[in-house]
Design a protein. Structure first.
Lengths: 599, 387
């Protein structure tokens, strides 16, 4: 157990690509926590997808031993948090487990939207914050300007910000000293009853569920019988340990320490993030405030391209949800797509990550249907239904009104693109809440419907601003609006997997965009195919895909019948990637691509 | 009995793999060689003929086809020696068709008489285009005037002369093609092959196309219209299509090509030649080594140029029969198809296609209609689809 005064717990907050993972690597390396030969880039980004995409998805921790210039040995616990908005919730709960933050800002870029969103969470958690200006090795680095911006926009003192190059190692020692000298030690009472916060949990094939805890008061030992205060479930503790970043078993964890326990817990769902853990006997009286569980906000259908793979998909989804309580799934059947699952996600990145993992780790090719947010459908009889799938929209005669989720979006953008950003937000039914300037950049705050953002807002934003805007959002609640279900009919038949909820005033534009897209995406057939968008039986947009006119091999390859057979097999393989709707074959990627707007 | 496999006959294909230079659109098995020892080649071909004759026994041979590459680079003596060996190996039909593909250059024309003396009775000339600029674009070594002169020599030497044109070329309009086609018809005797330009992977055109630098190709709708106009114009001139890309006055069809499309038996010799042979009641696909050097070495050291011989299951034969047979206007025999594989066709799709007027069944023959012909690949995909 470590003396409270010798512990520092901290997180790193940063906009994506500002160098959070690289800085963490350097801190780990500089202190000799990991031998140089074991060092690989982005140590804390464990999953392949994390490493490939360069994003952190789950919170990770590492315990670092550091002998400071004052000659004392300190224990530094770093919790690395995801930067993407989809996982903002993970950030907020990790923040509760530490006392301070390093605010990393790329000194060639300055403050971005995620910097703001994350630093506000740190401020809310009462963190001491140490600004770190990174990438000073680059010629475009401008520390004075960025320090000034931090003071202007965030309102914290940046006069003694640390100048760092996580790449070359400059400033790493100073950063470690600042962690020791400027961040507060945790408080806690060793003799009080055990009070520990359940920060996160995940499934490990060998050890079962691993629970990440922060001890507030008391001492946790191997063999203790612990109680989850929200469920009253009791477990005997089998193992206690810390991450360096590999797991290392130790005997006990005391106040202020961060580590893990295992206790034959079968499922991640048996643990509630934010729960308070205490001893079965002589437990603490009052639980910690806790947090509410993350709710999926985006839903879509996942169907195997090959119907025979349904059972494989079921198994894969079960395995993935073992580890991810925020990912929900429910069986779904579609007339056209067969058996599949309706799945809920924290956001689109989360959706993509899960879909990629299903395809890559489990080798299942998937059709993804149009993502939808959760609507509240108020029925005339007073019942309120949650609508996850436009195909389930109840008969309108029984519906009183519909509410949709709204978000508060913060966008930072160089002045020259402001006009385009305002237009984009306006087109997406946004309500401007604020427009201020941070240095040469505008900061706009909009109230936007989530359903206008979920799909391709971020892509559009990147393209209209050439990548110079940054974006972050938070959910702000539900509001009534004129929402209608729009159906897509291909060759006169409705394709349920393409139904979407849209605002009445946007139906025509969206419908037009969708039918035009589909006209490009669906290959010509031997007959002409009408493609229509309809709202309540009224066609709002229509295109006709003309019949294929020519598909024939002109040349004769002499007696090479084998070649002709191979050609046919190739064409047939292409056909497998299609789904049959009546007489029409729709390529699988059409279900997602049809929704992307080029406006 | 054995001589006439399923009534489609028996033929021999001889592949000559060399060309003067390589055309940028062409993916046939062709090579440019600095020098060719024609004696060695002649001997290898003759040994291949003897090898195959020993296997097939005395079947009546109805056609021989010298294809390439550019067979008109062969010395007349080489052709003569090969045909002598053929005549010794198999009894020849009285009206046997012996075709040689020729490039329309003046040098080639000088050899025509020799070919006739060797026994060739039909030539097929690769004229390709009737304007000089397009011939240059196609990488051809001859101009229009030279091609016409060679054609005149050919028609005064042989009873049967056909020529090939490639259309839907870069920057070609529908009307330009129609005019060129009328001009071609005024030259033609009784047979024409009219191929839409196909961009093949691995050719110079293929590479340029992939890089987005093959400009001016007619859009799909124009290409479709060119095909339709071709059918109309040729039919009106008395040379209807008897196959997707082949037109003839009735009775003047290429019998060798009909043999392929009727899915008959043929032996293939020379680099990269394919064969379909019935031996002891089983049907085989044969292939030979592609590389000329490799083929020659293998032939000399092992006595055979074959690289593959594979029995074709009746179900696969059914597929091949359809793929080949639906290309011709006479279509296929449903009886013969049924005997190979009673479940070859997807019945639902079959009925749909009949209903849409893309295929028709009459007198137990299944044929693709004029409306369906430009969609043949799509039709085949449907007919052979599993669901
Ligand atoms: N030149 C330079 N590049 C850096 C520095 N720190 C990080 N990078 C690079 O910036 C990119 C993003 O860094 P990363 O640590 O993944 O950022 P994260 O998204 O905040 O975790 C990577 O390509 C790093 O190699 C630095 O100090 N100097
Ligand atoms: C074996 S090739 C050529 C015979 C001879 N060497 C010649 O070039 O005249 C037979 C015919 O196929 C046609 N052909 C070759 N490549 C083609 C392509 N890529 N697209 C369309 N037709 C092609 C040409 O018309 C050619 O005459
Ligand atoms: S088109 Fe004829 S001449 Fe040209 S490369 Fe092909 S085979 Fe040789
Ligand atoms: Mg990272």
């Amino acid at each position: 157990m470590t003396d409270l005064a010798k512990i520092r717990n901290f997180s790193i907050v940063a906009h994506i690509d500002h160098g959070k993972s690289t800085l963490a690597d350097r801190l780990i390396q500089e202190t000799g926590t990991v031998q140089d030969r074991d060092m690989k880039e982005q140590l804390l980004d464990a999953m392949d997808i994390e490493r490939e995409r360069g994003i952190t998805i789950k919170a990770n921790t590492v315990r670092i031993d550091y002998v400071a210039d004052d000659g004392e040995a300190y224990v530094l616990n770093l919790i690395d948090t995801p930067g993407h908005v989809d996982f903002a919730y993970e950030v907020s709960r990790s923040m509760q487990a530490v006392e301070g933050s390093l605010l990393v800002v790329d000194s060639t870029q300055g403050v971005e939207a995620q910097t703001l969103a994350n630093v506000y969470q740190a401020i809310e958690a009462d963190h001491e914050i140490v600004p770190v200006l990174n990438k000073i090795d680059l010629p475009a680095s401008d520390c004075d300007r960025v320090a000034e911006q931090i003071e202007d926009v965030i309102g914290i003192d940046a006069s003694d910000a640390i100048h760092v190059s996580a790449k070359t190692g400059v400033g790493i020692h100073e950063t470690l000293e600042a962690i020791v000298n400027r961040l507060p030690a945790p408080k806690g009472d060793r003799d009080a009853p055990l009070k520990a916060m359940l920060v996160d949990s995940w499934y490990d094939a060998y050890l079962g569920v691993i629970v990440l805890v922060r001890i507030v008061d008391g001492v946790l030992k191997k063999g203790d019988r612990i109680r989850m205060m929200s469920t009253n479930a009791v477990y005997p503790v089998e193992r206690i340990g810390v991450f360096r970043p590999a797991m290392q078993v130790i005997d006990e964890l005391g106040p202020g320490e961060i580590g893990f326990l295992t206790a034959s817990i079968k499922q991640v769902r048996d643990t509630r993030v934010g729960d308070t853990i205490t001893h079965e006997k002589k437990g603490c009286e009052k639980p910690l405030p806790g947090f509410k569980p993350a709710q999926p906000v985006v839903f879509c259908g996942l169907f195997p391209v090959d119907n025979a793979e349904f059972e494989d998909l079921r198994t894969a989804i079960e395995k993935l949800s073992l580890n991810d309580a925020s990912f929900s799934s429910e069986m779904e059947t579609s007339a056209a797509l067969g058996f599949g699952f309706r799945c809920g996600f924290l956001g689109l990145l989360h959706l993509e990550v899960i879909r990629d993992r299903l395809e890559r780790e489990y080798g299942i090719e998937l059709i993804t249907t149009a993502p939808s947010v959760v609507y509240h459908v108020h029925m005339r009889d007073g019942e309120v239904r949650e609508l996850h799938n436009p195909a389930d929209m109840p008969d309108l005669t029984h519906v009183d009104h519909i509410e949709e989720p709204r978000i508060k979006a913060t966008i930072l953008v160089p002045d020259e693109y402001l006009g385009d950003v305002l237009k984009l937000c306006q087109d997406r039914r946004g309500i401007q809440l604020d427009l201020t300037y941070a240095g040469s950049r505008a900061m706009v705050v909009y109230d936007l419907p989530l359903n206008e953002v979920v799909f391709d807002f971020y892509d559009r934003l990147k393209s209209v601003t050439k990548g110079y805007a940054s974006f972050d959002y938070q959910m702000i609640g539900y509001r009534e609006d004129h929402l209608v279900k729009m159906q897509i009919l291909v060759n006169e038949e409705p394709v349920d997997a393409l139904s979407v909820m849209v605002h009445r005033d946007r139906a025509e534009t969206r419908g037009r965009a969708m039918v035009e897209k589909l006209k490009e995406l669906i290959p010509r057939h031997m007959f002409k195919i009408p493609i229509q968008a309809a709202v309540g039986g009224r066609v709002v947009a229509r295109e006709t895909l003309s019949a294929m006119r020519k598909d024939v091999t002109a040349k004769c390859y002499g007696g090479d019948a084998t070649r002709k057979r191979k050609l046919l097999d190739k064409q047939k393989a292409g056909k497998k990637k299609m789904r049959q709707f009546g007489k029409v074959e729709i390529p699988q990627q059409a279900f997602i691509s049809a929704l992307k707007m080029d406006d | 009995m054995t001589e006439d496999w399923q009534n489609a006959g028996f033929g021999l294909y001889v592949h000559w793999p060399f060309c003067q230079s390589l055309c940028p659109y062409c993916d046939f098995n062709s090579y440019v060689a600095a020098s060719i020892d024609q004696r060695q080649w002649e001997e290898a071909y003759v040994r291949e003929i003897k090898r195959l004759a020993a296997e097939t026994g005395p079947r009546v041979l109805s056609t021989v086809f010298f294809g390439g590459g550019t067979p008109s680079l062969m010395a007349p003596e080489t052709v003569h020696a090969i045909l002598d060996a053929v005549r010794t190996a198999w009894p020849m039909a009285n009206d046997a068709e012996i075709t040689l593909e020729a490039n329309p250059g003046s040098v080639e024309a000088g050899r025509f008489r020799g070919y006739r003396e060797a026994g060739v009775n039909r030539v097929s000339m690769g004229v390709q285009a009737l304007n000089d600029e397009d011939l240059k674009r196609l990488g051809r070594l001859h101009g229009v005037a030279e091609a016409r002169a060679a054609f005149d020599v050919a028609r005064s030497t042989f009873d049967r002369v056909s020529f090939d044109l490639i259309y839907a070329r870069q920057h070609q309009t529908v009307d330009q093609w129609a005019a060129e086609l009328r001009e071609a018809l005024s030259m033609a005797i009784d047979h024409l092959s009219l191929y839409q330009l196909t961009i093949e992977q691995g050719t110079a055109f293929g590479d340029r196309y992939d890089a987005g630098r093959l400009r001016g190709l007619p859009p799909e709708d124009d290409a479709a219209e060119m095909y339709e106009r071709t059918q109309e114009i040729c039919a009106a001139a008395g040379m209807p299509a008897y196959e997707i890309s082949n037109h003839a006055r009735p009775g003047a069809e290429s019998r060798h090509n009909l043999l392929y499309w009727r899915y008959g038996d043929y032996a293939g010799i020379g680099p990269g030649a394919h064969g379909r042979l019935t031996l002891n009641g089983r049907r085989f696909a044969t292939e030979t080594h592609l590389q000329p050097g490799k083929w020659l070495d293998a032939q000399r050291s092992t006595g055979s140029g074959e690289s593959l011989r594979e029995e074709i299951s009746p179900a696969d034969q059914a597929v091949e029969y359809l793929l080949m047979g639906l290309r011709i206007s006479e279509g296929i025999s449903l009886e013969r198809l049924h005997a190979l594989d009673p479940n070859a066709l997807n019945i639902n799709k079959y009925n749909d296609l009949i209903y849409s007027g893309l295929i028709e069944a009459a007198g137990r023959q299944l044929r693709v209609t004029g409306k369906g012909r430009p969609l043949l690949n799509a039709i085949l995909r449907e007919l052979l689809s599993e669901d």
